[in-house]
Structure formats: C-alpha cells, structure tokens
Design a protein around this ligand. Structure first.
Ligand code: GUN
Length: 284
C-alpha cells in the first residue's frame, strides 16, 4: 500500500491560505462555539485555533458550559451572524444531549457556515454549486486527488452510516467524474465476505476494522475518513490498516490522513468567505 498522508496536502493548502490572507485588506475571522466538556471536541478546537494563528486568521472562541440553554446559543449565533468582522461560524459537534443540533445549525447565516452543514448549503451543493462543498468531504477528495490517479469514469463506493452524508459524498465524487454508489456500514457488517469492488473506496463511519484486506480488490484507492478509539485507546479509522500493508493500491490512513486536511480545508473556507465579503476600503 502506498500511504496518502495528510500533512503534505494540508501544507500545500496552508501555503495557499497564507498567500491569499496576505492579499486581503481585512483579517479573516472564524468564530467557534464549543458547548460542554467533550475532550475530543476541546482538542479539535485547540488544533483549529493553533492552525488559524499560523495562517493569520483571527479566532474567536465561545466556550460554553454543558448546561448552556439553546436560547443562549441561538442568541450568540444571532450576534455572530450580524457581526461583519466574523466571516465564518462553526459550532463544534456533537452538542450535549438535549440541544437541537439541526435548529442550532439552521440558525447560522448560511453565508457564514464554514462546515457546510446548513440545509441551504447542502441543498445548493447537491444541486450543483461546487463552491458549497462541505469541508469534510472536500478533505476526503483532496486526499483522493493527492494519489495522482485519474478519477474520471472510475467506479467508487462510499461506505457510510448516514444516507445524508452518503449523498453529499457521492456528489463530491461525481464532481470529479467518479461513478459512485453508497453502501451502508450495516450491510458491510451483516453480509460476510462482501467485496467492495470499486477503484475508489471512501469510508467515514467511525467503526474500527470495518474494512479489511479481504473486503477490497487489489489496487484500490482507499480513503479512510473514520475516527474512533480502539480497545487500547488508540485513535483508529475504519480500515484495518495493520493487515493491509501487503496490499497493492493506496491508503489514506487514520491517524495521519484526513485530520490535518480537514482543518486546512476549513481555514481555506474562512478565507473564501472573507474574500467574498470583502468590503471596499472606506477613505476618511
Ligand atoms: N466534530 C467532529 N468533526 C467536526 C467537524 O468537522 N465540524 C464540526 N463542527 N464538528 C465536528
């Protein structure tokens, strides 16, 4: 297996971001809302903050206690929607139980929704607006493109545990000429011996060892977008990578693959939104 590491892909995107930020007359700003004590969420937000600082992007953090009411979160979002210095808003998921994620995501101005989770943005993307690609599928596609392999007309299987996400990923692939279909993770678990017979396999389920060496064909390009902890607490993806080394083909591994690329794509989106919103300089 040839490994498709995320770092060189992310480094290239950060270089592009810095160059674009240097040409702006305003500083792009990302506002992040984090509710509760989920350690993984705190870690992800601190990684985003560190990378934003290195790229010259301002980072406004709203760290809220677990018991914060939905109304309070909605009023922060309303303020951020109105604040012209804020170009992107991100609500770190998952939210604590009892909060209505769809309502909170839906309260964001779609033009500031950096993740691309807002229903308007998803609908626009599925209707063909490539600029509305959500950040996570975009990161998976960046890793796939980094293989350098031709994609036009190639078969693809998206292994997913949500039909909604599967449709988005199929659209992302179709935009690069992939002929894709989706397979729900539970089918892969229940149909023993199932072969994922496609040139490209992308998986984003958070289920360790879902995909083994026996479930793919030789020379598959395998993009692992899952993230979970195994029994010994190690971060792993959906792919049983240890038993894949002898296989031909490509693997974007977890860890080391999609994580840094997702952050880079997220920050590039903030810059894109700032470029779109850029106001003419006012002379005084
Ligand atoms: N939690 C885990 N991944 C993500 C992500 O990409 N965006 C948000 N908002 N929350 C997450």
């Amino acid at each position: 297996m040839q490994l498709l590491y995320g770092k060189p892909v992310a480094d290239r995107i950060h270089a592009d971001i810095r160059e674009r930020v240097s040409r702006l007359t305003i500083q792009p700003k990302l506002a992040v809302i984090l509710v509760g004590n989920n350690p993984a969420s705190h870690l992800y937000v601190s990684l985003k903050e560190k990378e934003a600082a290195m790229d010259g992007i301002a980072f406004e953090k709203h760290i809220l206690i677990e018991s914060t009411s939905e109304d309070e979160i909605l009023s922060i979002i309303a303020r951020l929607n109105e604040d012209v210095s804020v170009h992107g808003i991100l609500v770190q998921l998952p939210l604590p139980d009892g909060l209505d994620t769809d309502r909170i995501i839906g309260a964001m101005d779609p033009n500031k929704d950096v993740d691309g989770f807002h229903a308007h943005n998803v609908a626009a993307f599925l209707a063909g607006d490539k600029t509305r690609i959500p950040v996570f599928p975009e990161a998976l596609m960046e890793l796939l493109l980094s293989s350098g392999q031709p994609l036009e007309g190639q078969s693809a299987i998206m292994v997913v545990n949500s039909e909604h996400f599967g449709r988005v990923l199929l659209q992302a692939g179709a935009n690069h000429g992939l002929l894709g279909r989706m397979i729900p993770s539970e089918r892969l678990l229940t149909e023993t011996g199932m072969i994922l017979d496609a040139r490209v396999v992308m998986s984003a389920c958070g289920m360790p060892n879902l995909i083994t060496g026996n479930s793919i064909l030789p020379n598959t390009i395998l993009i692992d977008g899952g993230i979970a902890k195994d029994e010994s607490g190690r971060t792993v993806g959906d792919v049983d990578a240890e038993n894949m080394a002898h296989q031909t083909g490509f693997l974007a591994p977890v860890p080391g693959g999609v994580g840094p690329v997702t952050i880079a794509c997220l920050l590039r989106k903030v810059v894109f939104l700032a470029e779109k919103k850029r106001t003419p300089e006012v002379s005084t």
